[in-house]
Ligand binder design. Structure first.
Ligand code: NAG
Length: 451
């Protein structure tokens, strides 16, 4: 075996082992930041927080101890090592389980959580009876985790009998589409789902779902649903809905937008409430529409060398705003070269929120080495794709001939001169006699023969 094939063999063996590992023990041990408000500083608006490293061992039932070594690294306080039971295995997603030694790790934060009733109109019915159950007297945590694939976000509420470090997942809210792109006018699905631990006294007595929109500090309610009374409490966005059957049957709380509009771009927060509990995930939507290009004039007039022509290119109907406009020229030699960006105008916004912008190019046929002409192309580079539009340029009176061309022209001129001289001489010499056309031809023939 050569060295090369040996190392390939080793590599594939490593890959196979990794694969087996990843698929056999898929519930991860998560490194997580334990963040809490610092004690003794209470009351301040900007409460100081403390941050400690912690370790979350995930398992699907309390009796299966994870196969991983259970010794905590020395830099982690043993009080911050938790064994979390997640019967739904939501936290066992492969995107939370990086290959061993990988520097890329899921982002994870865990905080102490205080269960409390909500006063929101669509949540309050969940805690109608003013008594809070003894069940709430425990250690509660809220955890938020982002997967390695940048598309998974999970938020959980866990409960541990006081002082035990073995919390159970009571509520989890998940999105598998943390970042969504959509073309204008298409239907959009922003994924969100929840799971509630069935034996918990807090599950089975109703839930509420709320979607909020946030963009640059501007927030609004999109939709709020009271699952206990099966009532849509509030919809402030036309065309926004939920799959109510899927919501009750499978906890599918995905937001459906019938038709993507530019103003829909932004952050959406899916919040799920159980009595006393709340968890949320954020999903970002970007509506991306590439520009349509048009060139004016659509056919360029024939340009005389030395003349300056103006071409304009308009990009319209695009979103988001960022666009790069430029010009290119492709000569008869087939080579393309840039002509710069021209004079780009400011942008305008249309009624549907899309933008337009144009650029004007002065085509100086003497300055720009355009030769006999070619193709002038307007190029628009946009997040939604690159678009091009072209127009043909023809230049006449092309005045920079090559030396060979000039020599040839002199040659042609000389030949022409000789021919004219010759013809005029023939005519003057034969013009006097009265011979018919036939004889004239014969005469020419004779002269040609003799020369
Ligand atoms: C949730 O519901 C939407 C709309 O009906 C559907 O397209 C989507 O596939 C569902 N998601 C899951 C995980 O079932």
């Amino acid at each position: 075996m050569t060295y090369r094939s040996k190392s390939i063999y080793k590599l594939s063996l490593v890959a196979v082992i990794c694969f087996i590992k990843a698929s056999s023990s898929s519930c991860p041990v998560l490194e997580c930041w334990f963040v809490q408000e610092k004690a003794g500083r209470g009351g301040g608006l900007a409460a100081a927080t403390s941050q400690e490293k912690s370790l979350l061992h995930i398992r699907t039932d309390a009796y299966s101890h994870s196969a991983e070594s259970q010794q905590a690294p020395s830099d982690i306080n043993p009080d911050r090592v938790y064994f979390i039971t997640d019967p739904a295995a939501t936290l066992c997603h492969r995107s939370l389980n990086p290959p061993r030694g990988s520097v890329n790790k899921p982002h994870c934060e865990i905080n102490p959580f205080l269960p409390q009733p909500s006063t929101l109109k669509w949540v309050a019915p969940l805690t109608d009876s003013a008594l809070s159950p003894i069940y709430l007297q425990a250690d509660w945590f809220s955890t938020s985790i982002q997967g390695l694939n940048k598309q998974l976000a999970i938020s959980t509420i866990t409960r541990a009998p006081t002082a035990a470090q073995e919390p159970n997942v009571i509520l989890s809210v998940t999105s598998k589409t943390v970042s969504v792109q959509s073309r204008l006018g298409e239907p959009v699905l922003l994924d969100c789902g929840f799971w509630a631990y069935p034996p918990s006294p807090l599950s089975g007595s109703g839930f509420a779902v709320e979607w909020r929109y946030q963009f640059r500090g501007d927030g609004r309610l999109v939709l709020a649903y009271d699952g206990k009374t099966d009532r849509l409490a509030d919809t402030q966005e036309e065309g926004a809905t939920l799959d109510f059957e899927g919501l009750h049957r499978k906890g599918n709380a995905s937001l459906i937008l019938q038709e993507a509009k530019v103003r829909h771009s932004g952050m959406y927060i899916c919040t799920v409430y159980l009595p006393y509990l709340v968890a949320q995930v954020a999903v970002e939507l970007e509506v991306v529409e590439p520009p349509s290009l048009s060139i004016y004039p659509s056919a360029l007039p024939l340009a005389v060398h030395g003349q300056t022509l103006t071409v304009q290119c308009e990009a319209s109907g695009f979103a988001p705003l960022s666009l790069e406009l430029s010009w290119e020229f492709k000569g008869t030699d087939g080579k393309s070269r840039p002509l710069g960006s021209g004079s780009v105008t400011g942008h305008r916004q249309a009624w549907d929120g899309t933008y337009s912008q144009s650029t004007r190019l002065e085509l100086d046929t003497t300055k720009l080495d355009l030769g006999r002409g070619g193709e002038v192309t307007c190029v628009a580079v946009h997040l939604g794709g690159t678009r091009r539009a072209s127009v043909t340029l023809n230049v006449i009176g092309f005045s920079t001939p090559s030396i060979e061309d000039s020599m040839a022209m002199v040659g042609v001129a000389l030949v022409l001169y000789g021919l004219i001289k010759f013809v005029s001489w023939t005519f003057t010499s034969s013009g006097s006699d009265e011979a018919g056309p036939q004889e004239k031809v014969m005469l020419h023939f004779k002269i040609l023969q003799s020369s």
